[in-house]
Design a protein around this ligand. Structure first.
Ligand SMILES: [Zn+2]
Ligand SMILES: [Zn+2]
Length: 136
């Protein structure tokens, strides 16, 4: 889908800078820092200054288009994916709740540290729900 259409549908003003920043993030295999994005803009002859890049990233994060990930070092930005869910099951009453996948940050950390891209992961999560804790 083109970003222009996405922006209009979501009430975000379309600017060349916003679109090119998103295209840069989208084209990258790994998370990018604001500096990386700024450098890439320069390479594409897009004269955004660094503070515009920061402001744009902040806005896009606020609008839920991208996600900021903080590992060690500068924060990295990635596109927000359709986040799949994981099931968390209560040990006592076996009630299940869905939680958003917590793996994105871990994936970025793995890429940064050992250069692997995860292709899949399995998470088994157990716990005790609020209700059962109270009934103890
Ligand atoms: Zn329970
Ligand atoms: Zn997951």
């Amino acid at each position: 889908m083109s970003w222009e259409i996405y922006f209009r549908e979501n009430g975000i003003r379309v600017t060349v800078g916003r679109i090119s920043i998103l295209n840069i993030i989208e084209a990258s295999e790994k998370g990018l820092s604001a500096e990386n994005i700024y450098d890439e803009c320069k390479k594409q002859n897009n004269n955004l200054n660094l503070s515009t890049v920061y402001r744009t990233l902040e806005l896009l994060e606020e609008k839920d288009v991208i996600k900021k990930i903080s590992i060690d070092g500068p924060s990295l930005y990635i596109l927000k994916r359709e986040n799949h869910k994981h099931i968390l099951e209560c040990d006592v009453c076996h009630k299940c709740v869905e939680i958003p996948c917590p793996m994105e940050e871990i994936e970025e950390a793995i890429k940064a540290k050992v250069g692997f891209s995860l292709t899949q992961h399995k998470l088994e999560l157990n716990g005790i729900c609020d209700q059962c804790k109270k009934n103890k």
